[in-house]
Write a protein that binds this ligand. Structure first.
Ligand code: SF4
Ligand code: SF4
Length: 104
């Protein structure tokens, strides 16, 4: 099992409102209420919903369609897109560097 190279920017959790499985977990601003906005950490990490667990999602739903590396790469591209849309350029640069050296 591969480890997802998360930079802990919290941007995915700030867009939890766009994920149907997280509909009951978001505040009115669309941000997951379990995100610690100061540290960008998930406050229920060990009990987080399955949709927040990249390894679980890969093993359960995507294993037959692509390698785990390809799945991680696709997710990293989304991380990059979310940060670019939010104007968080330093995060975009960090993620692009990870993607450049990523060999799925
Ligand atoms: S957007 Fe990507 S890099 Fe940022 S916290 Fe979420 S999974 Fe990690
Ligand atoms: S449950 Fe945790 S990992 Fe999932 S969106 Fe909320 S803060 Fe993020």
């Amino acid at each position: 099992m591969m480890t997802f190279p998360c930079i802990q920017c919290g941007e995915c959790c700030r867009h939890a409102g766009e994920v149907p499985q997280l509909a009951t977990k978001v505040d009115t601003d669309g941000v997951c209420r379990y995100l610690d906005k100061r540290t960008n950490r998930c406050t229920i990490y060990d009990m987080r919903p399955k949709v927040c667990n990249v390894s679980y999602m890969y093993q359960t739903y995507f294993k037959a369609q692509m390698t785990e590396g390809e799945f991680i790469q696709k997710n990293l591209q989304v991380c990059c897109h979310l940060n670019r849309a939010a104007g968080k350029i330093a995060n975009v640069e960090r993620l692009e560097t990870i993607l450049e050296h990523f060999n799925p």
